[in-house]
Design a protein. Structure first.
Length: 203
């Protein structure tokens, strides 16, 4: 997507997002307390690390050994709502304006995870990580890690403004109706991934 178009869309989204951020801040502060924000290092374009910031959705509960309880045990009803609505990710709009993320792209992952992907991790890092992306609207948490990676690599090879706009529209549908596996897209990404590199068709 053209950077200027991305900035214009992002600024329009912030008109709605800023009031929602204020409401989300109050929800987190009253249900989880402080800190309200969650900050973690993720890999950006070219593997360059950046700080991902989002609203906190998990409690601080630990077991008798002082280790974190599983996420599902620490996710409150309020936290589930924030994740389901994607309100917890609204602060990332400011990161997009700063140029470290994109509206559409592969999900930002830990640098160690990208390193484990090897050459695929380098290819995946040719674009900025996104607020939403092809794998997010094709199954998201219903996908395994291998399926997500193949969908991300397919996106990197076929990205276009039209595809990005399609993904953004579909993201609204995911928020409203929930996640659904897109077997057709998964199979297409797997076929493309299995094709020799010099025979792949790039849009």
């Amino acid at each position: 997507m053209n950077r200027l178009l991305e900035i214009l869309i992002c600024l329009c989204m912030l008109v709605i997002a800023v009031p929602l951020c204020a409401v989300t801040f109050l929800i987190v502060a009253t249900t989880l307390g402080r800190p309200v924000m969650f900050r973690q290092t993720r890999a950006g374009k070219g593997g360059v690390p950046f700080d991902l910031v989002k609203f906190r959705t998990l409690t601080d509960e630990r077991d008798d050994n002082g280790d974190w309880l599983p996420d599902e045990d620490r996710l409150t009803p309020a936290g589930h709502f924030l994740r389901r609505s994607r309100f917890d990710e609204l602060p990332q709009l400011f990161i997009i304006l700063a140029g470290r993320m994109a509206l559409v792209g592969p999900r930002p992952l830990w640098p160690e995870t990208i390193d484990d992907f090897g050459a695929d991790g380098i290819t995946r890092g040719h674009v900025r990580p996104g607020l939403t992306g092809w794998s997010q609207v094709s199954g998201a948490t219903l996908l395994n890690n291998d399926e997500k990676l193949k969908l991300d690599l397919w996106y990197v090879a076929h990205r276009s403004t039209a595809l990005d706009l399609q993904i953004m529209i579909e993201t609204v549908g995911v928020v409203l109706s929930g996640e659904h596996r897109r077997e057709d897209r998964i199979e297409a990404a797997e076929r493309w991934s299995a094709t020799p590199e010099d025979e792949r068709v790039h849009a």
